[in-house]
Design a protein around this ligand. Structure first.
Ligand code: GLN
Length: 528
């Protein structure tokens, strides 16, 4: 499996603010906020040695963190960040770290401060606070500065925190006790902009328009003039955008493979083919493998086992098809496209220690070893919203760009119990009614993910004076920002009424419809 490179090549093309992570749950938000103002930022663990850093950042932000700087095992930054002569901003733990390295002036406060506080800007000439005024900020700390670090002055305070903002008297080094990266800090974005744009002189050139050129060039440089590449497409936004970039960079030397596993949603296989092949001109191989998948799923009811069977069948089919593709120069396929996004990279660099399993896109991880392929990950610096924006710029149809996430095993895990062609058909038809109605009601983009599940439980009903004894459809629709936690979506009652009535009337084999009102946690988004 691929090991994720810690710094990215993009730092050669875009001036970069480096966020050093001390393990705060908000660290990635610092990166996001900077990207939103078109400043490129990347995160690395706080333990990063400056001597091995592959680029020179234009500024450094030290994040918050759960530790206390005065503890024996507290993490500390490489002090040579102060020799780089670039602006530095410490946030919460980050500020305490600056103070600790300076004169050890940090200790446990008497009062823990968590939540909103009112800030008083004492020095309006301070470039960090320029254009901001007294407003609400978000606090999350227990430790405090006991006195000013040497060479610093106070620029902001709150009733409980005398050193809520500090700045060095002659160098561009700043510290704030509150969190500007969370939206509860009313002027947080302004503050980060002051730091990035005014203090670090970031050029604000991080746009998807600019990214396209860099990404295309990078693919060309990697693949070279004759080598060829393959990649799996699923009809989801990530693989579609990644494939589109490959097409732009190396034309028909990129081969997209779409495995129709017979577990797709209604008309999906045709739509994907139409959009990628005819629409975008991507060199696409479609494999109709529904029979093989459903054959292998026969008699399998355990959810984990189903996922494994589907995953293995996928690799098998993909490999078979990939082996039939013969590059024009007579060699072997050398590259495998993978739609890794920045959250996966962040997960691997965040200070809590690298996570063990990095999600492998479409289960193609095993192929790298089997087929001796090198990975190519053109989206690895991007957040999902950046990928969507990129997709729009690359003329990917709106339907694909905004498509709700769909699990790799598809309807295979939305048909509970055994997956037979008949059961898949029921789930597919019910799902289609639900999604069609959601789109008609203009709710599709408000909902993060919606689908129908088929429960193999029978219940009694009456239709046209005839007794029915059929199965149950459970509808699920959730709202979430990051899929870590999720809430069920509140539909108007008449919407649910309409969907239930349509499903029972139009989908053979269903006598009852329920709506899932469980949040995540404790429930997961999918049922299996
Ligand atoms: N652990 C430190 C404190 O309690 C820093 C907290 C933070 O960075 N959010 O003050």
């Amino acid at each position: 499996m691929s090991s994720i490179d810690k710094t990215s090549e993009i730092t050669k093309s875009f001036d970069t603010i480096l966020v050093l992570d001390f393990g705060s749950q908000y660290s990635h938000l610092i990166v996001r906020r900077l990207r939103e103002i078109h400043v490129y930022a990347e995160m690395l663990p706080c333990t990063q040695k400056i001597s091995t850093l592959k680029f020179k950042p234009i500024g450094i932000i030290l994040s918050g963190g759960p530790y206390s700087v005065y503890e024996d095992d507290a993490p500390h930054v490489d002090p040579s960040i102060f020799d780089l002569n670039v602006p530095i901003l410490g946030i919460c733990y980050g500020m305490q770290e600056i103070a600790w390295l300076n004169n050890k002036s940090v200790s446990r406060g008497t009062k823990r401060e968590y939540g909103p506080a009112n800030i008083n800007v004492l020095d309006s000439s301070c470039p960090l606070f320029k254009g901001t005024d007294n407003s609400k900020v978000w606090m999350s700390h227990h430790d405090k500065l006991t006195k000013l670090p040497d060479g610093f002055k106070t620029v902001a305070n709150t009733d409980n925190t005398p050193f809520a903002g500090i700045s060095h008297v002659s160098k561009p080094i700043y510290g704030i006790q509150f969190h500007p990266e969370v939206t509860h800090t009313v002027q947080g974005k302004r503050l980060l902009k002051n730091f990035a744009v005014n203090i670090c002189k970031a050029p604000q050139n991080w746009t998807m328009e600019n990214f396209i050129q860099t990404a295309v060039k990078r693919i060309r440089d990697t693949v070279g003039p004759t080598a060829e590449a393959i990649g799996a497409v699923s009809g989801g936004v990530d693989s579609s955008v990644a494939s589109r970039l490959m097409k732009e960079a190396i034309g028909n030397r990129f081969h997209a493979i779409f495995v129709d596993n017979g577990l797709m949603r209604k008309n999906e296989a045709e739509n994907v083919k139409h959009a990628l092949d005819e629409g975008l001109g991507i060199n696409l191989v479609v494999v109709d493998a529904g029979k093989e998948f459903l054959g292998n799923l026969k008699g399998v009811t355990d959810p984990e086992k189903k996922r494994k069977v589907i995953g293995h069948t996928f690799i098998h089919v993909f490999e078979r098809v990939a082996n039939q593709i013969k590059p024009k120069d007579g060699s072997q396929i050398k590259y495998l496209l993978q739609g890794t996004l920045y959250p996966d990279v962040i997960e691997s660099v965040s200070f809590k220690g690298p996570s063990q399993t990095i999600k492998s896109h479409h289960n193609v991880g095993g192929l790298i070893d089997n087929m001796k392929l090198s990975l190519i990950e053109p989206l690895r610096e991007l957040f999902k919203d950046e990928v969507r924006h990129l997709g729009e710029l690359l003329d990917i149809p709106e339907d694909l760009v905004w498509r709700h996430p769909f699990p790799g095993p598809g309807l295979g895990i939305r048909v509970l119990g055994e997956v037979t062609p008949k059961q898949v058909e029921i789930a597919r038809e019910a799902d289609d009614v639900f999604i069609t109605e959601i789109k008609k009601a203009g709710l599709y983009r408000k909902i993060s993910q919606a689908f129908a599940c088929l429960l193999p439980i029978r219940s009694v009903g009456v239709m046209g004076d005839q007794r029915m004894y059929e199965q149950v459809i459970a509808l699920r629709a959730i709202e979430t920002v990051d899929f870590m936690t999720a809430d069920w979506f509140v539909f108007p009652a008449d919407f649910l009424k309409r969907v239930a009535s349509r499903i029972v009337n139009e989908v053979n084999g269903v006598s009852r419809v329920t709506y899932d009102i469980t949040s995540k946690p404790p429930a997961t988004v999918e049922w299996e």
